[in-house]
Design a protein around this ligand. Structure first.
Ligand code: KG4
Ligand code: ZN
Length: 345
């Protein structure tokens, strides 16, 4: 089956064409990153994001079709990110997908962005065993899930405030570094002393299992202001390295306790922040010693892409063949329905 995937939830316009069924292969993929457009603002400007999706989505589509020598009506299934994300951005991809689906009579599968990040790991590792614990860490989300199967999901914890990637981006912005800050801080780790500063590990006063990252942000910014720290100061490198060391330790220990409290055969970590080198190292160390297989996406699959969307669309279509895939009333959503404790999706 030839599947066309579309992802426009945030600041990447991505389309993909994959083959699933007897053979599974990536036929073509195009991503137009908007990072240079948002970098000077220190974060994503939603209006610029949706406008840029609108400008490039059809040319990207034409280009994957041309590259793969396929025509629009050769496509047998369309997958599109429905949410969560920026509404204006999501609507560009969703409306484009609906139009193709309607005109060419191709079934349209809306997919959840967070779920598709989890699915990204299955592209290279199709045999991951359930039940599993999945941590999704990105610029918009930090959530921990327990999955009995691909479509039976329980939310274990979500962030109460900022997402972990968002805090990295904000710290970098505070120091005048361009968006996205996550990869820049990643590159700085190693040039500073990760034990120079210690951070209080967040605990919810109401006993909830949720994450919180705003305390990290406040602590870094407060110290920076108090000591008038700038980027050329060694203490800045120590502070960044200590922050990364602590926040990643926090993610590891929350995942470890989720694994302890559930019976699991595998652990997944996905989303943009799963590209972080210290995170990959620390998670590997933690789960290797417990003999629990850990799966991370390939670095290319960590950040937003349309391959994971097409992949999940196919899985959904095969699992729920009787759903209405010509429902043009579907709408984009900004908040994660997947975040809620929905067992069956
Ligand atoms: O998954 P993603 O592309 O978009 C969202 O769904 O949010 O994730 C983007 C986030 C940004 O916060 C970015 O700073 C972070 O992923 N990121 C990283 C690294 N590469 C991207 N964070 C830490 N280390 C990295 N190497
Ligand atoms: Zn994402």
């Amino acid at each position: 089956m030839l599947i066309f995937g579309i992802e426009t939830s945030c600041d990447e316009t991505a389309v993909s064409l994959i083959q699933r069924g007897a053979t599974n292969s990536v036929i073509a993929e195009k991503i137009k990153s908007q990072i240079p457009l948002h970098a000077e603002y220190g974060g994503i400007v939603p209006e610029i994001a949706s406008r840029t999706h609108l400008e490039v989505i059809d040319t990207l589509t034409e280009s994957v079709l041309k590259k793969s020598k396929q025509k629009m009506n050769d496509i047998e299934l369309i997958g599109v990110t429905q949410g969560p994300g920026l509404i204006g951005s999501l609507l560009v991809g969703l409306s484009f997908a609906k139009a193709i689906s309607f005109r060419e009579k191709i079934p349209l599968v809306p997919v959840d962005h967070i779920h598709s990040h989890i699915e990204s790991v299955f592209i290279d590792h199709p045999d991951i065993e359930y039940p599993l614990v999945a941590l999704v860490v990105s610029g918009g989300h930090t959530s921990l899930f327990y999955q009995v199967s691909k479509f039976e999901t329980q939310l274990i914890a979500k962030t109460r405030d900022d997402a972990v990637g968002e805090v990295m981006d904000k710290i970098a912005k505070f120091y005048g570094l361009p968006y996205p800050g996550g990869p820049i801080l990643d590159g700085l780790y190693g040039s500073g002393d990760p034990h120079r500063f210690s951070f209080t590990i967040p605990r919810m006063s109401d006993g909830s299992n949720d994450f919180s990252f705003s305390g990290y942000k406040t602590a870094v910014l407060r110290y920076t202001r108090q000591h008038k720290l700038t980027r050329d100061n060694q203490l800045f490198r120590d502070l960044v390295s200590s922050f990364l060391y602590s926040v990643i330790g926090y993610l590891v220990s929350k995942t470890e306790s989720a694994v302890k409290n559930h019976s699991v055969k595998s652990v997944i970590v996905a989303g943009g922040v799963s590209r972080n080198s210290l995170l990959r190292k620390k998670f590997k160390e933690a789960f290797q010693s417990k003999n629990i297989p850990l799966y991370l996406p390939s670095p290319k699959q960590c950040t937003d892409n349309a391959l994971m969307v097409a992949w999940l669309a196919y899985e959904t279509y095969m699992k729920f063949p009787d759903r209405n895939y010509f429902d043009f009333h579907i709408n984009a959503y900004s908040r994660a329905a997947f975040r809620e404790n929905k067992k069956h999706r």
